[in-house]
Design a binder for this molecule. Structure first.
Ligand SMILES: [Zn+2]
Ligand SMILES: [Zn+2]
Length: 387
């Protein structure tokens, strides 16, 4: 029977001893297996995972390893379960937990920092100085679900209460998986200063973070919000999420087009979400003097940057990692108030058993896939038909 020291359960939410879980074998190889249902410790709850979205970072981890780090090394063949953009229902409470109730729906952010380092104390828990130190005699209690500890491509996971965000009944499971993505966009704007009402913002790159970056910037009152990208279908979604102008960089020079739209001057802020090789050089030319650039995507290769232009123009550059400073809570507030409809970027749902198919859709953008979600319950598996 499922139990642990001081753990509270409820007969209305019976918990099995074992669960389905996908684990990472060699690079690119996921296997469906069984694992014991984990048991929450102090300040943790057990979450029954109801939906999990696939992120580009999951694809990186599954094929290449980093930024995942399991026991100080690559995540392969360590019985590791990836997946980090999940939501679900609180199914058991660790000792002393009274902040959440069994049966309550929650979405989760990824990082529970160690709580004791300098950065965690500043709210920058995604830059925890004890990142990945959660094993053996270097165990500092750090967790980043699906990065340094088991994640969400399974049926249950433990989460620190600091990583939980309560969600309203009206928010669907699929929408709730997108809170953390909106939270990342919110964190970027927070780091740029947060007060973007009446300020001009460019978002470069209409991936999930870029599209929700447009939505969050608009909800924060930015004006105008300009989105750049290469695919018209995604730029159209950007417009629906609040972009005042969109620029297809295949048809026009992005820097010139931005300046033209903003009276010849650059904009106040750029949130760079494309990771394109020349993105930083373009971003620093899109902002006006004293403007700020947030880098939310990482190019795969080192890129030369015109530092003299940055210095001459007093431009600020910010790198952000994930969703710090409780930005996820602020993003959820916008979403539960329906300030924007994040579900516009959710395109496909598959059964948990069909994870490899779901990953193929996300990776190859089959059928214009943007956010692909898998669910352990309520969705018929098409395994045989799809493979
Ligand atoms: Zn992600
Ligand atoms: Zn820390």
């Amino acid at each position: 029977m499922y139990a642990g020291p001081g753990v509270k359960t409820n007969p209305d939410f019976p918990i099995p001893d074992k669960m389905k879980a996908w684990v990472l074998g060699n690079p690119g190889e996921l296997k469906l297996t069984e694992k014991p249902v984990p048991v929450p410790k102090r300040a943790e709850v057990l979450v029954r995972i109801d939906a999990v979205a696939i992120c580009a970072t999951d694809l990186e981890i599954i094929d290449h390893g980093p930024p995942s780090s399991i026991q100080g090394g690559l995540p392969f063949n360590k019985n590791f379960t990836p997946g980090h953009e999940y939501m679900g229902t609180v199914a058991a409470l660790g000792p002393g937990v009274d902040e959440y109730k069994i049966g309550q729906r929650v979405t989760v952010e990824i990082h529970a920092g160690c709580g004791q380092c300098k950065r965690c104390r500043e709210g920058m828990y995604t830059s925890c100085h004890n990142y990945g130190l959660n094993y053996g005699d270097v165990d500092k209690g750090h967790r980043a679900n699906g990065f340094t500890t088991d994640g969400g491509f399974c049926e249950y996971q433990v989460n620190n209460i600091n990583t939980l965000v309560a969600i309203p009944d009206a928010m669907s499971d699929e929408e709730a998986t997108l809170v953390v993505t909106a939270g990342t966009a919110m964190y970027g704007l927070t780091e740029l200063g947060g007060l973007v009402a009446g300020e001009s913002v460019v978002v470069t790159g209409p991936g999930p973070i870029g599209l929700l970056g447009v939505a969050v910037a608009k909800a924060l009152g930015a004006q105008p919000v300009i989105l750049t990208g290469t695919r018209d279908n995604r730029l159209k979604i950007g417009r629906e999420l609040g972009a005042d102008h969109v620029i297809n960089v295949r048809n026009e020079n992005a820097v010139d087009a931005v300046k033209k739209l903003n009276g010849g001057k650059g904009v106040d802020y750029v949130v760079e979400c494309s990771g394109a090789p020349n993105a930083v050089n373009e971003a620093i030319r899109m902002v006006n003097r004293g403007g700020k650039v947030c880098l939310a995507a990482f190019p795969h290769a080192e890129t030369p940057v015109d530092v003299a232009h940055i210095v001459r123009n007093n431009i600020y550059l910010y790198g952000i990692r994930g969703e710090g400073k409780s930005a996820t809570h602020r993003a959820e507030a916008f979403m539960s108030q329906k300030r924007f409809d994040a579900t516009k970027i959710h395109t496909h749902t598959f059964a948990l058993d069909d994870l490899p198919t779901a990953i193929r859709y996300a990776k190859d953008r089959v059928d214009d896939a943007i956010k692909v979600v898998v669910k352990a319950r309520g969705v018929a598996a098409h395994r045989v038909a799809a493979e």
